[in-house]
Design a protein around this ligand. Structure first.
Ligand code: IUR
Length: 448
């Protein structure tokens, strides 16, 4: 069908600042999926969209067309209203998905979470989970259904059949300077979530020095667009704008973050992480109509972390995704030594505080770059990573520190190179007074 489409005229229309119709957008995206449109034409259209922006309606139509470019998931009718997911725009030490997916399953919801890998300074949920020996992220859609039936949640990788237009468009955006356009980002993120055929979605849109978006105004615009597009496709969508200036929790690095997730599932998580998990989960339960208010939703999520029910779901999910039962049980047991299961770095090195005072900042970006360079992340897609290395903070923003006392333990292969040590030392900011901010990272809620 799309062989009859005049692609140059669609590109010219958008270049001339005219609004594209739903049919125009569908014709173009179908052309990407069936390869009747050339790469040069895709690049030109993306640049026209980038320079002239997409309206809310165009964005929703683009998102729908991208979702329909491939397979979408389907679920038993009786699950209607129960299917939920969460997405984060990516931060440093962000292990929320590992805890929130099982917590939601423990609340009786179904969570078909499709996640990604880490690239450059951001870590990926799939990489973190793969540090558990035997964990499989490549799962067929039949197996996904099976796991959700028995456990309630799974965390898996994207198949090539899901949103193929997005993979193509992203690859071209990456080499044509058109990545950071809010409409295009919205289409990319929401189409993949919409292809999961969920009923409700919570978005964690981060802003700050360790986030993809540095300023709150741009983050708010993206949140509004994603909420609009999700709702436009019939998904009850809510977004939280959250700060990402210092690492989330106390661990940065793959196996280290799995360890911290398990402690959190055992009710012993750091305050900022627990707060963010309960805030996101509470809003999601409320928007999904499964709690009468976000406050009640927060309480229910919190209960799953303290009564062991989320931990039991995590353990069952890990088993269903390939980990031997004895290994999973040993990993999740109360008072377990998680490092008897998870891979551990051969060495550690403590960095000492240069003076006494209050921690007023721990630069998230510097921490992320150091962790990545130590081997926890990749600089290009497909590169191998070291699951064991990373950072373990002994202090958090607001804590008192004493001169000469350790503030971070660096998990390393052998030694920490001087340039990385310098970068990390500069990340610690010490002031004479405690900062005013509390533990919550939530700045505001954006709903439809
Ligand atoms: N993540 C996505 O899935 N899509 C995007 O465009 C960006 C991040 I930027």
């Amino acid at each position: 069908m799309s062989s009859a489409v005049n692609f140059p005229s669609l590109i010219t229309k958008k270049r001339n600042k005219e609004e594209l119709s739903r049919d125009d957008i569908e014709a173009f995206v179908n052309g990407i999926a069936d390869e009747s449109v050339q790469d040069s034409q895709i690049g030109a259209m993306l640049m026209a969209m980038y320079l002239n922006d997409l309206t809310m309606r165009e964005t929703t139509d683009l998102t729908r067309a991208m979702m329909n470019s491939g397979e979408t998931l389907s679920w038993p009718k009786e699950w209607k209203g129960e299917l939920v997911d969460k997405h984060s725009t990516g931060g440093v030490g962000d292990k929320v998905s590992l805890v929130l997916a099982p917590a939601l399953a423990a609340c009786g919801l179904k969570v078909p979470m499709i996640s990604g890998r880490g690239l450059e300074h951001t870590g990926g949920t799939l990489d973190k989970l793969e540090s558990i020996p035997g964990f499989q992220v490549s799962v067929t859609t039949e197996k996904m259904l099976d796991i959700i039936k028995t456990v309630g949640c799974c965390i898996v990788g994207q198949t090539k059949k899901l949103c193929p237009a997005d993979s193509k468009m992203y690859a071209i955006r990456d080499v044509t300077g058109t990545v950071d356009n809010l409409g295009l980002i919205t289409g990319s993120i929401i189409s993949k979530k919409a292809a999961e055929k969920i009923d409700a979605l919570v978005l964690d849109v981060k802003f700050g020095i360790g986030a993809f978006l540095k300023d709150i105004d741009t983050a708010r615009k993206l949140a509004k667009m994603m909420v609009g597009s999700g709702n436009g496709l019939g998904i009850k969508t809510v977004s939280l704008l959250t700060t990402m200036n210092s690492p989330l929790g106390k661990m940065v690095g793959n196996a280290l973050e799995v360890a911290e997730s398990i402690w959190t599932l055992q009710g012993n998580g750091p305050d900022d992480l627990v707060n963010l998990i309960t805030e996101l989960g509470g809003e999601l339960l409320s928007v999904a109509g499964k709690a009468t208010s976000s406050e009640e939703g927060r309480r229910r999520i919190m209960t799953t972390l303290t009564d062991g029910s989320a931990l039991a779901k995590f353990c069952a999910m890990v088993k269903a995704q390939g980990v031997e039962a004895a290994t999973a049980d040993a990993l999740c047991a109360r008072d377990a030594d998680v490092y008897s299961i998870l891979p551990k770095a051969p060495a550690t090195k403590d960095l000492l505080s240069p003076k006494s005072g209050y921690v007023t900042g721990i630069g998230a970006m510097a921490c992320a770059v150091v962790a990545q360079k130590l081997g926890a992340g990749r600089s290009k897609a497909g590169e191998a990573i070291d699951y064991t290395v990373g950072l373990e903070f002994m202090v958090t923003v607001g804590d008192k520190v004493e001169e000469g006392k350790p503030w971070v333990k660096v998990h390393i292969k052998n030694d920490i190179p001087d340039n990385l040590r310098d970068q990390l030392e500069k990340a610690l900011v010490i002031g004479s007074e405690a900062p005013a901010s509390g533990t919550s990272r939530v700045h505001e809620v954006v709903s439809g």
